[in-house]
Design a protein around this ligand. Structure first.
Ligand SMILES: C[S@@+](CC[C@H](N)C(=O)[O-])C[C@H]1O[C@@H](n2cnc3c(N)ncnc32)[C@H](O)[C@@H]1O
Length: 258
């Protein structure tokens, strides 16, 4: 999927932050992360979550890393960045930070994209201090559904599964981190929406953002794609259909003290 900075993608990322940040805040609260440490956000994108982390945790330093230099430049230029917040380019599967150098590492919606999610899990466990925590928050594209049911939603499951490298990564988080030596606490949530709320708009915008990939990968023909998009446009203005989004899954992984 393209994360290019344009007006539509900027709006989609802001909507996603609006939907996902409150969940992330609850996870942080439950994890009991101490204030004033060093934190790292991998795959930070436009930096919306980094700013939220910095706001909540009042860290000495908060580093955001993303593969995409244009996103890093965009995140750096944001006027809402607090002191101690910095962004740099890097590859989550191979990083240059020292061992045991962060109190908290956060990752969201990144492992689902990576060719080797376990390499990123090992990197996160390497960089977090003993007693420190990694929070990984990823999708699990188990299903999407509605009441009444809508092809716009059920077809999304097929699209996610075809487009992402590890579409069922959510359910694997706890075992991946346990394998890397962490003490794990898994969690999850099934978001449900009724009314003209942001989730239905993000479905439509996300399908549009994936326009080039879907027919090219043979997930939908161009005709099917257009019909799918039309149904999501209809759903965007339909307040009564209840939307069941795919589950969100997370793990709070603590590095054991030596
Ligand atoms: C779906 S976006 C998630 C953005 C943000 N984490 C959030 O939850 O809003 C995935 C991000 O991961 C970045 N990314 C993809 N592969 C990466 C890699 N190997 N290392 C670091 N970042 C990567 C992309 O550039 C993109 O910004």
């Amino acid at each position: 999927m393209s994360y290019t900075i344009n007006e539509q993608n900027a709006e989609r990322q802001q909507l996603l932050a609006q939907i996902l940040n409150p969940v992330a805040e609850r996870i942080l609260e439950g994890a009991g992360i101490a204030h004033g440490g060093r934190c790292l956000d991998l795959g930070c994108g436009q930096g919306h979550r980094m700013r939220m982390l910095a706001e909540r945790l009042d860290p000495i330093e908060c580093v955001g890393v993303d593969f995409d230099a244009a996103l890093v430049a965009y995140a750096r230029a944001h006027e809402g960045n607090r002191q101690g917040v910095r962004f740099e380019t890097g590859n989550a599967m191979e990083l240059e930070f020292e061992d045991d150098s962060f109190d908290m590492v956060f990752v969201r919606n990144l492992l689902v994209h990576l060719p080797d999610p376990q390499a990123a899990v090992s990197e996160m466990m390497r960089m977090v201090k003993p007693g420190g925590k990694v929070i990984a928050y990823e999708p699990d594209f188990a299903f999407d559904a509605g009441d009444p049911d809508s092809l716009g939603l059920t077809q999304m499951t097929k699209v996610w599964r075809g487009m992402f490298a590890h579409p069922l990564v959510g359910r694997t988080l706890a075992n991946r981190f346990a394998k890397a030596g962490a003490i794990v606490e898994p969690g999850g949530e099934l978001p449900i929406e009724r009314g003209l709320r942001p989730m239905r708009r993000t479905y439509r915008m996300t399908l549009e953002a994936m326009k080039d990939g879907i027919p090219a990968k043979g997930i939908e023909s161009m005709e099917e794609y257009e019909a799918h998009l039309e149904e999501l446009k209809r759903l965007e203005g339909d307040a009564e259909t209840v939307l069941y989004k795919f589950p969100d899954s997370w793990v709070v992984a603590t590095k054991p003290e030596r």
